[in-house]
Design a protein around this ligand. Structure first.
Ligand code: FES
Length: 178
């Protein structure tokens, strides 16, 4: 399986075995350093793209910490993911202001368009679909972000147009008319 997430920039290969070896090599530098687990996990995620159990196991063995500790950290912090991530991350806000002003309709519409549930990645690995809790745009709710870019007063009927830009980008078409 080819892992599409951002790579570490070293000489890693692209198959799982090569990436696991690369993870092992790169995190060896953290061995014996107190408080370095989070940094090691960041490095591992950068290399492998996400942190499934086999990667967590490599980190645990290499740093000589219990697997349960590694798994606990991975599940605690939202910036770690155990699932493969899409090229773009959509986060729909379901904080109070956005929820009241129709955030749920955005979620439902995206589920329909992307054909995935919250927390999942589309089959083409283009989008990962997540929920956020207030992104600081309450005055212009409902809001969502794509790769950190904030979309305000989102109209569910415009979602397909918004997402189309990300496919057009890939084809070298500038579809941004914000
Ligand atoms: S509640 Fe959605 S931006 Fe604050």
């Amino acid at each position: 399986m080819k892992v599409t997430q951002e790579k570490c920039g070293c000489c890693c290969g692209t198959n799982e075995m090569e990436l696991l070896l690369c993870v092992k090599e790169m995190i060896a530098q953290y061995k014996g350093k107190e408080g370095s687990l989070i940094q090691a996990l960041h490095t591992a995620q950068k290399i492998y793209g996400h942190l499934p159990l086999e990667v967590q196991r490599v980190v645990a063995e290499e740093l000589e910490v219990p697997l349960a500790t590694v798994s606990g950290v991975v599940t605690f912090y939202s910036f770690f993911s155990t699932q493969p991530q899409g090229e773009h991350t959509i986060r729909v806000c379901l904080g109070t202001a956005c929820y009241v002003r129709g955030g749920k309709r955005i979620v439902d519409k995206l589920r329909e368009i992307l054909n995935v549930n919250v927390g999942d990645t589309t089959e083409d690995r283009k989008f990962t679909f997540e929920i956020a809790r207030c992104i600081g745009a309450c005055g212009l709710a409902p809001a969502m972000t794509i790769d950190g870019e904030v979309y305000k007063q989102v109209n569910p009927d415009k979602l397909e147009t918004i997402l189309a830009r990300y496919y057009q980008e890939e084809q070298g078409v500038d579809g941004n008319d914000n």
